[in-house]
Design a protein around this ligand. Structure first.
Ligand SMILES: Nc1ncnc2c1ncn2[C@@H]1O[C@H](COP(=O)(O)OP(=O)(O)OP(=O)(O)O)[C@@H](O)[C@H]1O
Ligand SMILES: [Mg+2]
Length: 256
């Protein structure tokens, strides 16, 4: 039975799609059957950052009742399975977001983890994704607007019965105006599971349609995402700049 984990935020652009894709690839590389589903059916991006656009059957077709979800599962990088949302405007008009939970039910026996890349905000498709999940990761940037918006999402998600797995602080720089991890934990009343630095490798990888954890597993953002995957999978992954930990992790990657 899969754990359904929604990657959510309040504000847009905090890094949900980047984290969903790379976390999914990292879990798959650790040998865990993982499906990443693009639940952002209005502004689908997952297939773009993975270089998988133009697939024939997508979640749009499934939510429109035109196809079975098994037809919309594709093999992605590192062995992760991807359910793309589809980018056609006509397809979007026909898709019924209320079917998402029923679609997920059909996937529960197919994987250990189902990662849902949620839309920003609290419109219907975001609510449906949170309601269909057991757990959620709250992705914030270290700015006050991002954190206050995330608080609203957390409140609604918990009302819908999802449990907060933890907070992911993304795009962290060393600027003194940024809100510190301790303050974020206090405001959002939860634990920060990962601090992902601002890293130019992330955008480079996206521009090439490749997950950064595969394109450059040693860069700082990849290391933070790989450690996050280890925490979620319950695998001790000690990623260190020097010493054996990171080398050990890389060897896991090479073996697969
Ligand atoms: N750690 C990082 N370092 C540098 N750039 C990043 C980082 N994380 C994300 N980005 C960039 O930030 C932009 C937004 O990321 P992404 O699309 O993952 O956010 P999102 O939360 O899914 O956005 P939306 O709310 O629109 O769905 C992208 O250009 C991405 O490459
Ligand atoms: Mg997104």
């Amino acid at each position: 039975m899969a754990r359904v984990i929604c990657v959510a935020s309040g504000k847009g652009g905090t890094g949900k799609t980047t984290i969903s894709a790379n976390l999914g690839v990292a879990l798959a590389k650790m040998g865990r059957e993982t499906i990443v589903m693009d639940a952002d059916i209005t502004l689908a991006n997952l297939e773009l950052i993975l270089g998988m656009e133009g697939l024939p059957v997508t979640l749009q077709n499934v939510l429109a009742g035109e196809a079975d979800v098994s037809e919309a599962i594709y093999e992605g990088p590192g062995g992760v399975k991807i359910v793309p949302a589809g980018i056609s405007l006509e397809g979007l008009r026909k898709a019924n977001p209320d079917r998402l939970e029923e679609v997920l039910m059909a996937l529960l026996d197919m994987a250990e983890f189902i990662i849902l890349d949620a839309p920003a905000g609290l419109e219907k498709s975001a609510i449906v994704a949170l309601a269909a999940s057991d757990e959620f990761l709250l992705v914030v940037n270290p700015e006050i607007a991002s954190i206050t918006d995330a608080l609203k999402t957390k409140y609604i998600a918990e009302k819908l019965g999802a449990r907060m797995l933890g907070i992911v602080v993304n795009r962290v720089t060393k600027l003194s105006v940024e809100i510190a991890k301790k303050e974020i934990e206090a405001i959002l009343d939860g634990k920060v599971l990962a601090v992902i630095p601002e890293d130019p490798e992330v955008r480079k990888a996206a521009a090439f349609g490749q997950p950064v954890v595969i394109r450059n597993p040693k860069c700082p953002a990849s290391k933070a995402i790989l450690e996050l995957a280890g925490k979620i999978a319950g695998v001790e992954v000690k990623v260190e700049e020097k010493g054996g930990g990171f080398r050990r992790l890389l060897s896991i990657f090479r073996r697969r």
